[in-house]
Design a protein around this ligand. Sequence first.
Ligand SMILES: O=C(CO)[C@H](O)[C@H](O)COP(=O)(O)O
Length: 234
Amino acid sequence: MSGDMRELKIEAARAALGQVTDGMRLGIGTGSTAEEFVRLLAARVAEGFSVIGVPTSERTARLCVELGVPLTTLDETPALDLTIDGADEVGPGLALIKGGGGALLREKIVAAASRRMVVIADKSKMVETLGQFPLPVEVNAFGLRATMLAIESAAQALGLSGPLAVRQAGEKPFETDGGHLIVDASFGRIRDPRALSNALHAIPGVVEHGLFLDLADTAFIAGDGGVRTVGLSE
Ligand SMILES: O=C(CO)[C@H](O)[C@H](O)COP(=O)(O)O
């Protein structure tokens, strides 16, 4: 990652930190941008700021522990004030593609348990139509081929097609924190994300997918001219 790109992620994360107030119960996202947020948050905690966080992945949990950000679980704290997370794509109406880091299931559970979700990203993530980034679909390993066929035909019924790839981690399939697999679906432009979301949810082997609809209310998008605040109407 170039230094400039990292700087943009830090700027977006800093803007999101401005939304955090003392005593908040936070959902803490996954990925390189969310990790910049954790670093900034940890510095505030070291100054005496009091927050408690639910991490959206084991990776984020490890970083929080290392940097001294207090953690809880969603079972102990089932209602959160604010989730801050990155995204792979940010489309109109703050529809998102997430799951590039493989944490989409916990990310969606945590975001849905939060009163608000704020997205932090650099400008490269803003798109007119979702789908240039392959859509991650978390699936149960049982019946993988049947599930992939079902995904293919559900997509086809919506006029979508393209290769499906089981995500790999070196020689082996990538395994999520929940012990599932990820199928990355390169459908191209997804003109009706809601229809695709519903169709994927109807497939028994699909655990969850990376379309985040009606979850985020604000995005802080960092570009060369500074950080742009994007609301639901944009
Ligand atoms: O959804 C995610 C992880 O599952 C990440 O938020 C997404 O992949 C963006 O990551 P980064 O900030 O590293 O670009």
